[in-house]
Design a binder for this molecule. Structure first.
Ligand SMILES: NC(=O)c1ccc[n+]([C@@H]2O[C@H](COP(=O)([O-])OP(=O)(O)OC[C@H]3O[C@@H](n4cnc5c(N)ncnc54)[C@H](OP(=O)(O)O)[C@@H]3O)[C@@H](O)[C@H]2O)c1
Length: 249
């Protein structure tokens, strides 16, 4: 991994990813909306910034050229198929063989085997309805974006974030295949560590074609399973998750 593109670099997750990638010595290209370039001022002399909408195919084509890895923040803003347009542009234009890592939330399911609480489902339905009503958010389009990624034969990973909080890093999050696996019960990850997982996934081939759901490694549910054995994602999340939390796939 030498050259990495961060799509959505000016957001909170994006800025953490840029910093982690720089810490690893990667050359970084960041894509963000023109109006947000100023948010990257502190990093501007260390990265190449390509201003533009993340669903603009020309912008993405230019930004991902020559990149070994692409980290994409998938966001469902607006009602212009922003997420699916972004994902499609990355899938179409990234170099052959590039590692593609996308972010999303627990509401995305890869195999339909995630079991959600009624509270989670109700909150999601209200958010989707309200978002559509005010034409600000299109959660269904983030689902469509992930459907396209899952159907692709590119070397992708979709990282499904729990609820997020700010704070000092606790280290690499723990992951499991389904959001209702007991190790994930705490449903809380530090945003800085979400970014750490995304960047680490670039060089972990065991995560190719996986959709890990993550939780903070010092969260109570992760600690409760500490020492039980290796995590389902043993290569990357060598942390506390137990094989007993893993379901047949
Ligand atoms: N927030 C959570 O609790 C949560 C939980 C689980 C998973 N996630 C996932 O984590 C990732 C990051 O989410 P985040 O909430 O933490 O936000 P974030 O990192 O601050 O990123 C927000 C991104 O959306 C862009 N954006 C904001 N308004 C926009 C608009 N109107 N049109 C186009 N782009 C717009 C921002 O770009 P600018 O800098 O240009 O504004 C930024 O790149 C997402 O993939 C999300 O699904 C979030």
């Amino acid at each position: 991994m030498q050259r990495v593109c961060v799509i959505g670099a000016s957001g909170k997750l994006g800025q953490y990813m840029v910093r982690h990638a720089l810490d690893l010595g990667y050359e970084v290209v960041g894509v963000c909306r023109e109006r947000s370039v100023g948010k990257l001022a502190a990093l501007a002399d260390r990265i190449t910034i390509v201003p533009g909408a993340t669903n603009d195919r020309e912008v993405i084509q230019k930004a991902v050229a020559g990149c070994d890895g692409v980290l994409t923040v998938l966001v469902p803003w607006g009602v212009r198929q922003y997420s699916s347009g972004t994902a499609q542009a990355v899938l179409d234009h990234a170099d052959p063989g590039a590692r593609l890592v996308f972010s999303c939330g627990w509401h995305i399911t890869r195999d339909g085997k995630d079991t959600y609480s009624w509270k989670f489902r109700a909150a999601l339905r209200v958010a989707a309805w309200l978002g559509r009503l005010v034409r600000a958010v299109e959660i269904d389009d983030q689902v469509e974006a992930c459907r396209r990624i899952f159907a692709s034969d590119r070397r992708w990973t979709v990282v499904r974030g729990s609820d997020l909080e700010e704070g000092e890093s606790q280290g690499l999050p723990v992951w499991s295949h389904h959001v209702d696996d007991p190790v994930l019960a705490s449903n809380l990850t530090r945003r800085v560590d979400f970014a750490l997982f995304m960047v680490a996934a670039l060089t972990d081939d065991t995560l190719v074609h996986e959709a890990p759901a993550i939780v903070g490694r010092l969260s109570p549910s992760a600690l409760a399973h500490a020492g039980d054995g290796r995590s389902p994602g043993a290569g990357l999340a060598d942390g506390p998750a137990s094989p007993r939390t893993r379901r047949p796939r």
